[in-house]
Design a protein around this ligand. Structure first.
Ligand code: E4P
Length: 218
C-alpha cells in the first residue's frame, strides 16, 4: 500500500518525506486555504514547491466545475510538473473530464466519492485514483471502511485498474483498517502516520532495555 500525506503544509510534507516511507501528496482547496496560499499564481508556485520536495504523485485539485473549464485548468496544472495528478470532483462534468484526461495521458484522482456507484463510474472513465472519504462517511453514521471493502471487491471482480485511495483519514486505526479492506493508497494527516508507530508497551519495553543495559554496563 502506498502512503500519501494529506496536507499543503511544506514542513509537514518535509517531515513525512524524511521518514522515507512517503509515496506522494494530496491537497485540496481547503488545505491550500488553511496554509494561506491564495491566488492562482501562488497556488501554482506552491504545487511546484511540493513537487520539488517529493518525488511521487502530487494531487492538485481543479476549482472549475464545468467540463471545458476543468479541461483547461487541469491541463495547466498537469503542465506544472510531470508528477501532478489532476484531482477532479465526482460530478457528471468531472467524469467527462476524467475520460478526456485519461485519453490524453494525464493522471487523475476522482475526489469526493461516497458510494460504490460513483466508484464504478470513475473506474469506467479511467481514473488513476479514486478517493472515497472514509472519515466523512463515518460522520454520517455509516462505515467508511465498509465502503472501501465494497469498492475493492467490485474492482477485483470487474478487473478495474483504478487505485483506491482511502481519504479523509482521521486516525491510525483508519489506516490499518483501510489496508485490511484493500485500499491501494492511504492519504493521511502526518499525525495519523506518526501514530502508527506508537505503542505504550514499546515505550515501556525500551525503557527497561535501556535501564538493564545501564545497570549491567554502568
Ligand atoms: C484528500 O484527498 C481529501 O481531500 C481529504 O482527505 C479530505 O479530508 P477531510 O474529510 O478530513 O477534509
Amino acid at each position: 500500500m502506498k502512503f500519501f500525506v494529506d496536507t499543503a503544509n511544506l514542513d509537514q510534507i518535509k517531515e513525512a518525506q524524511a521518514l522515507g516511507i512517503l509515496d506522494g501528496v494530496t491537497t485540496n482547496p481547503s488545505l491550500m486555504a488553511m496554509e494561506g496560499i491564495i491566488g492562482e499564481a501562488n497556488i501554482k508556485e506552491h504545487y511546484k514547491a511540493i513537487c520539488e520536495l517529493v518525488d511521487g504523485d502530487i494531487s492538485a485539485e481543479v476549482i472549475a466545475t464545468d467540463y471545458e473549464s476543468m479541461i483547461e485548468e487541469g491541463q495547466e496544472l498537469a503542465d506544472l510538473h510531470e508528477n501532478i495528478v489532476v484531482k477532479v470532483p465526482m460530478t457528471i462534468d468531472g467524469i467527462k473530464a476524467i475520460r478526456w484526461f485519461t485519453d490524453n495521458g494525464i493522471k487523475t484522482n476522482c475526489t469526493l466519492v461516497f458510494s460504490a456507484g460513483q466508484a464504478i463510474l470513475a473506474a469506467k472513465a479511467g481514473a488513476t485514483y479514486l478517493s472515497p472519504f472514509i472519515g466523512r462517511v463515518d460522520d454520517m453514521n455509516w462505515d467508511g471502511i465498509e465502503l472501501i471493502a465494497q469498492i475493492a471487491d467490485i474492482y477485483t471482480i470487474q478487473g478495474f485498474s483504478t487505485q483506491i485511495l482511502a481519504a479523509s483519514i482521521r486516525n491510525p486505526l483508519h489506516i490499518v483498517r483501510a489496508a485490511e479492506a484493500g485500499a491501494d493508497v492511504c492519504t493521511c494527516p502526518l499525525s495519523s502516520i506518526l501514530g502508527l508507530a506508537k505503542h505504550p508497551l514499546t515505550d515501556i519495553g525500551l525503557a527497561k532495555f535501556l535501564a538493564d543495559h545501564k545497570k549491567a554496563n554502568g
